[in-house]
Design a protein around this ligand. Structure first.
Ligand SMILES: Cc1cc2nc3c(=O)[nH]c(=O)nc-3n(C[C@H](O)[C@H](O)[C@H](O)COP(=O)(O)OP(=O)(O)OC[C@H]3O[C@@H](n4cnc5c(N)ncnc54)[C@H](O)[C@@H]3O)c2cc1C
Length: 545
């Protein structure tokens, strides 16, 4: 890109990476979607990719993130209102995502919670949306996932479902029954414990038409949702509740936001500290079974965390490749410099492995209803995939940033925002160690974990390092002192599953991935794995046309 300025010609800068088809330009995504049964959606996905890849959408994302939400605790007359105001660009993303059904398309709108197939196509859209704007994905994923928990209360979900499934975004602050569509959030984490929710102190007392909730939540995101699934202690123990923003009599519920968190990233989205002062709520599931009820929701948000992080990596990779193809150093394009090619190809391999892994996992969710092996696969692999994919993202984005040199460190490029966004998916919805403990649980309790590992080993038997990896996973997750070694085994499990997924969507990448990740252990940085020159050429060609 060149241009004449007063004092000099501006040369050798890459043009903005905008107005792209986020679907068609991503061969790994196209092949993973096809391998997992959603090839028929290709045209619609490409239309989505073109729409979300416009310069205008990238600009809207910048606006949504440089104009973070504001808390208005009181109205003009001094009455409490607890309203959070968002920039119009944030509302735009909510409207776009809901129009495409990202908040509910995997549920049958009339008879929840039977589930409708379509996890793969919906995840492909969610992954593309994550490349552009992440903050609004928080209420989108929570709304979809809440249905799984609300299913424990058939009468309530029957009333809520038409509003949840509706695709026209309604940001108005009114009782949910009066609105055309609603969004849902979740409040579990308290000051004394997020992982250990059994330590919750928020109390629930029965009243004539529901429960009265008193206490607090230390983190409760997307506060303008129309209702929240909240954990509180009732007489029989920790219980899940649906807490609407308005009471049944139409008055504003006693959900008082104390503060908006000043976060590293995820700035377009609001996360509050909140107090409940006799807030009205309805029970979801049995008293004392709150954890079991809400975990139905968390399994789906964890899947979305991994999908979103795969999207973040894809955008970082695309930016790096695009820049390196336009930028010359020492009379040669960066993309042709051997060491840069090794770095970019190694990143492309990981990006390809993660999208393939996530889409295969989505297919397990689709098939789980009628196939116990797929149900076991979804159960075991969701925490493992969230662990590995989300933990890989920050280092990945950092490396992509460095590919752009100084430009990558400056806000005008999208990289700083992606970098700030990268860690949160590993922290919320169960942090890294908690994911590993969950994998141990799934392996230990007759949930088919060992059979899943054996199936993955069978699928990858011709790949280097597969048998050894499967052996090490089982030994390590079943041995003494398991917790201390769980991270190594869970990372290996996710990588074995990635190799298996790649055998179905990209066999050449499967071999390179297994060779460099299962049979070998590369150094700490990208570009240190033992890729062959031929692998590098294939991976780079696939990564961006
Ligand atoms: C931006 C943002 C938004 C959020 N929004 C919401 C929301 O909307 N609703 C909500 O309920 N929560 C929300 N959270 C909270 C989030 O889910 C918790 O922060 C997370 O679950 C971790 O809990 P904690 O902060 O209490 O940390 P802790 O539970 O104290 O954990 C600290 C660390 O210890 C590790 N650890 C825990 N137990 C063990 C163990 N047995 N062995 C080894 N290591 C262990 C964890 O993996 C973690 O790394 C949000 C958090 C963030 C950052």
């Amino acid at each position: 890109m060149a241009g004449r300025l007063d004092t000099h010609d501006a040369l050798n800068q890459s043009p903005p990476y905008v107005d792209v088809d986020l679907y068609a330009s991503d061969r790994a995504l196209v092949d993973a979607v096809a391998a997992n049964g959603a090839k028929g959606e290709a045209k619609a996905l490409s239309a989505f990719g073109r729409r979300w890849g416009t310069a205008e959408m990238f600009e809207q994302s910048r606006l949504a993130n440089v104009n973070p939400p504001k808390l208005n605790s009181f109205d003009a007359k001094g009455f409490r209102c607890d309203v959070v105001e968002f920039h119009p660009a944030y509302h735009r993303f909510m409207a776009e995502s809901m129009r495409e059904g990202l908040h509910a398309s995997t549920w049958a709108p009339d008879a929840a919670p039977t589930g409708a197939p379509g996890q793969v196509a919906r995840a492909a859209r969610f992954y593309m949306a994550a490349q552009v704007e992440n903050g609004h994905q928080c209420p989108i994923t929570m709304t979809r996932a809440a249905v799984a928990a609300l299913a424990s209360e058939p009468a309530l979900i029957k009333r809520l479902m038409p509003k949840i499934a509706a695709r026209e975004y309604d940001p108005s602050f009114r009782p949910w029954g009066e609105k055309s569509s609603i969004t849902l959030g979740m409040g579990m984490t308290e000051k004394q414990g997020g992982t250990d929710v059994r330590a919750n102190t928020t109390k629930a007392e029965p009243i004539s038409d529901g429960y009265r909730i008193t206490g607090h939540k230390w983190f409760m995101s997307a506060p303008m949702c129309d209702g929240f699934l909240v954990l509180a202690k009732a007489k029989a123990g920790l219980t899940c509740f649906f807490m609407p923003r308005f009471r049944p009599d139409g008055s504003v519920n006693a959900i008082q936001f104390q503060k908006l968190k000043d976060k590293l990233g995820n700035r377009s989205n609001a996360s509050t500290e909140v107090k409940f002062e006799d807030a009205f709520a309805m029970r979801v599931g049995e008293e004392g079974k709150g954890l079991r009820t809400i975990l139905q929701m968390v399994q789906l948000t964890r899947l979305d965390c991994a999908t979103s992080s795969a999207g973040i990596m894809r955008m970082a990779l695309a930016q790096a490749l695009h820049h390196c193809r336009h930028r010359s150093v020492f009379q040669k394009r960066l993309a042709d410099q051997p060491m840069m090619r090794a770095v970019l190809a190694d990143m492309a391999l990981i990006a390809e492995a993660t999208v393939s892994l996530v889409m295969r996992l989505c297919r397990s969710f689709d098939l789980a209803v009628s196939n116990p092996m797929e149900a076991a696969r979804a159960r075991l692999l969701t925490p493992a995939v969230k662990y590995w994919v989300c933990k890989t993202t920050p280092a990945f984005v950092y490396e992509a940033m460095e590919c752009l040199g100084g430009n990558g460190y400056v806000e005008d490029s999208i990289l700083p925002r992606l970098y700030r966004e990268a860690p949160v998916n590993a922290i919320w919805e169960g942090s890294g160690n908690v994911m590993c403990l969950d994998v141990l649980r799934a392996m230990g309790r007759e949930q088919g974990g060992r059979e899943v590992v054996a199936q993955l080993a069978g699928q990858t038997k011709d790949l280097p390092g597969s048998a050894e990896a499967a052996d090490a996973i089982v030994k390590s997750l079943a041995g003494a002192d398991t917790e201390a070694h769980a991270r190594v085994a869970v990372e290996r499990l996710a990588q074995l599953a990635a190799a298996a997924a790649l055998t179905e969507s990209s066999p050449s990448a499967a071999e390179a991935f297994a060779r460099t990740r299962l049979a070998d252990a590369p150094g700490a940085s990208f570009g240190t794995s033992a890729l062959y020159t031929a692998d590098i050429a294939v991976l780079l060609d696939r990564a961006l046309p």
